[in-house]
Design a protein around this ligand. Structure first.
Ligand SMILES: [Zn+2]
Length: 111
């Protein structure tokens, strides 16, 4: 049995994203809920790290999602970081470290 695209914990297949990466949507939701209390800290820490140009990209991107979901920027950002972490088989902390290191949110904003 192919375990790679199957979540044992939730007993369901992974969702397949446009770029063929996969992740369990329930796992993503659970981790988002765990991290929600830190979402403001995470968001403003990243915002303070990246250059102005990246801040504008992030703000524009979050704005385009806000019109669909009505969620505020830190939540939108957290969800995407967590989803990308699962898709790339990294931890959320590793994702955040990479953003800080690269001074870029392109990794998060890319499909
Ligand atoms: Zn799962």
């Amino acid at each position: 049995m192919d375990n790679k695209n199957y979540c044992q914990k939730h007993d369901q297949s992974h969702f397949v994203f446009k770029d063929d990466t996969t992740a369990c949507l329930l796992c993503i939701n659970e981790t988002v809920e765990e991290k929600e209390k830190d979402e403001t800290t995470i968001f403003y820490k990243i915002l303070a790290t990246i250059p102005k140009k990246e801040q504008r990209l992030l703000s524009k991107w979050a704005g385009s999602i806000y019109v669909l979901t009505g969620e505020w920027e830190p939540r939108i950002f957290l969800k995407e970081v967590v989803a990308k972490a699962y898709r790339l088989k990294k931890t959320v902390d590793e994702m955040l470290e990479q953003i800080v290191k690269e001074e870029s949110v392109r990794l998060i904003l890319s499909e």
